[in-house]
Design a protein around this ligand. Structure first.
Ligand code: S3P
Length: 174
């Protein structure tokens, strides 16, 4: 199977950007982060888009930018990419989806008081509910899942490379 793009999905703070960047560097592939693309295209910070226009508008921007991001070989997505079913179709049309699965407690330690993520800056019951709902969605979207708790970025990158080495999708490496 010829695949063009690897999409990393997962909750906020699961390491999608760090892993995606390192993976692209090691494989010599092109890389983009959908949040970066949104901020560049609309010349606004993510937090400001949420504040000024609301989540629905953000999701529209995100859907559009995911389409553009599909021109890249490694794509880190925002944690809410699973909120729109059309995004699943876009990703399925262009490549494979790898879910970086991280426990809520590890995420809470990592992004603790981060002010740049509007959906994290809520009370802890709301963020835990979001995490639980999203977990089902990530599982439904994923072609492959990597558990990331207690693993280094290098170890996670190696696991993604192992997935790519599986015969079915090794055309990505040629
Ligand atoms: C969001 C996750 C963020 C960003 C936006 C919304 C979400 O990306 O797209 O704040 O809905 O989970 P990260 O997953 O990179 O933090």
């Amino acid at each position: 199977m010829t695949i063009k793009t690897i999409y990393l999905i997962g909750f906020m703070g699961s390491g999608k950007s760090t892993v995606g960047y390192q993976l692209a560097k090691q494989l010599g592939k092109s890389y983009i982060d959908t949040d970066q693309l949104i901020e560049k295209k609309y010349e606004q910070k993510i937090a400001d888009i949420f504040k000024i226009h609301g989540e629905d508008v953000f999701r529209m921007y995100e859907m559009e930018c995911l389409g553009q991001a599909s021109a890249y070989q490694i794509v880190s997505t925002g944690g809410g990419i699973v909120e729109r079913q059309k995004n699943l179709q876009t990703m399925n049309d262009h490549g494979i989806i790898v879910y970086l699965q991280t426990s809520f407690d590890v995420i809470a330690q990592r992004i603790d008081k981060d002010q740049t993520r509007p959906l994290w800056n809520k009370d802890s019951r709301e963020t835990r509910d979001l995490f639980n709902n999203r977990t089902d969605m990530y599982e439904a979207f994923a072609d492959y899942t990597i558990q990331t708790d207690d693993k280094s970025v290098d170890a996670i990158v190696k696991e993604v490379i192992q997935i790519l080495a599986i015969g079915e999708i090794d055309s990505f490496n040629t």
